[in-house]
Design a protein around this ligand. Structure first.
Ligand SMILES: Nc1ncnc2c1ncn2[C@@H]1O[C@H](COP(=O)(O)OP(=O)(O)OP(=O)(O)O)[C@@H](O)[C@H]1O
Ligand SMILES: [Mg+2]
Length: 365
């Protein structure tokens, strides 16, 4: 399937006088994707974001939103068609939560009934009680206000959301909650989201792809795994020591499966094809007719025999699923003192194993 490109920057630059604060940035964001922009303070993240909805006009290059050049669109319409969430949410203090959420709808002259319904729907979408609609922003915690900020940005049902350090002002625990809520929400709303942060862990957690900026330039774009495998010194220093652990949280076990293993069906004789697969690996797996793993036996136990003695088969460690994060899998290997775990599909089929070794080669390349 070819993914639709929702936002595209073609060699976009921004000058303030002689200062080039954004330097020939090119990127595209696919429909339904969360694209994270990250980089040190002052590198041009906010400027890049604001050029997309033309809060800041660009100096050169082209910005396309759904294939249309933004300079040819009505700026007011453009901004209203793109949701925008910022760090200090900027809720209007004298308005109720309801009126804050429906602010854009009032501008768009939705009728009162539709506004009320939409406010109820949205407050629930972001996980707050409906009774909060009558409160004022000061009566909510920082994290709750941030959720209202997201609800407000979603009010007019925009296809695109720009989020500028949206969770930057809340404590680490609330922040993690908000990140998970965003991911859960995204599963249903499937918006195209451009998310600015300076926190690498946050980038790995929420980003489908990550773009790293430095001094106005985009130095690399890739998935969490591409980024941890980068060898460039600036990028390595920027992502820091703990990055690999954050990335593990986002990489599914499926990526590290070893599936060319010697497997034999219960009762069948061992043939040379199976034995030739052993290589460095010293175990042979036994599966039943439904490809459920019954256990394994080491080559030393087989001692050249062609028939497997059921008595000598060892049960496998508790399995993991292909969708489990590598973090979870490695944690389980550590807790269970295992060098590998079997990977089993939802239907119970044996898919292969994940080992410390396979995780390491995936990450280090
Ligand atoms: N109106 C302006 N006039 C001149 N320079 C500006 C203006 N606005 C921003 N800049 C400069 O442009 C650069 C990029 O700013 P920008 O706000 O995009 O950075 P940022 O990556 O979002 O940083 P932070 O992480 O601190 O939010 C900075 O060096 C900033 O000083
Ligand atoms: Mg900024």
């Amino acid at each position: 399937m070819v993914e639709a490109i929702e936002v595209e920057l073609q060699s976009v630059s921004k000058f303030y006088g002689e200062d080039k604060v954004v330097d020939a940035v090119s990127l595209h964001v696919n429909q339904g994707e969360i694209f994270v922009l990250i980089g040190p303070s002052g590198c041009g993240k906010t400027t890049t974001l604001k050029m997309i909805n033309q809060l800041i006009p660009h100096t050169s290059g082209r910005i396309l939103v759904r294939g249309k050049d933004v300079t040819e669109l009505d700026p007011v319409e453009l901004r209203r068609s793109i949701g925008y969430v910022i760090q200090y949410i900027g809720l209007l203090p004298h308005l109720t939560i309801r009126d804050n959420i429906t602010f854009v709808l009032q501008l768009k002259k939705y009728n009162k009934k539709m506004q009320r319904e939409r406010a109820m729907e949205l407050i629930e979408t972001v996980g707050l009680p409906v009774s909060y609609l009558d409160r004022h922003p000061r009566e909510l915690s920082g994290g709750q206000q941030q959720r209202v900020g997201v609800a407000r940005a979603l009010a007019a049902d925009p296809e695109i959301l720009l989020m500028d350090e949206p969770f930057g002002a809340v404590d680490p625990i609330t922040r993690e909650q908000l990140q998970l809520e965003l991911l859960r929400l995204q599963e249903t709303i499937k918006k195209t989201i451009i998310f600015v942060t300076h926190d690498m862990q946050e980038a790995f957690k929420v980003g489908d792809r990550i773009g790293i900026m430095r001094g106005g330039r985009l130095v690399t774009i890739g998935t969490a795994m591409d980024i941890v495998r980068e060898r460039d010194e600036f990028i390595r220093n920027f992502i820091g020591q703990g990055a690999i652990f954050s990335a593990l949280d986002t990489i599914p076990a499926a990526r590290a499966i070893i599936d060319d293993l010697p497997i034999v069906q219960e009762g069948a004789a061992l043939d040379d094809d199976v034995l030739s697969l052993t290589g460095d690996w010293e175990n042979i797996f036994i599966v039943d007719g439904q490809r459920r793993c019954l256990g394994y036996i080491s080559l030393s136990e087989i001692k050249g025999q062609r028939k497997i003695d059921r008595e000598k088969v060892t049960a496998c460690p508790p399995p993991c699923r292909p969708g489990d994060s590598l973090k979870k899998v490695i944690e389980e290997m550590l807790w269970g003192n295992r060098a590998w775990l079997p990977v089993v599909s939802e239907e119970g089929y044996f898919l292969g194993i994940v080992s410390f070794q396979s995780c390491a080669s995936l990450l280090v390349g």
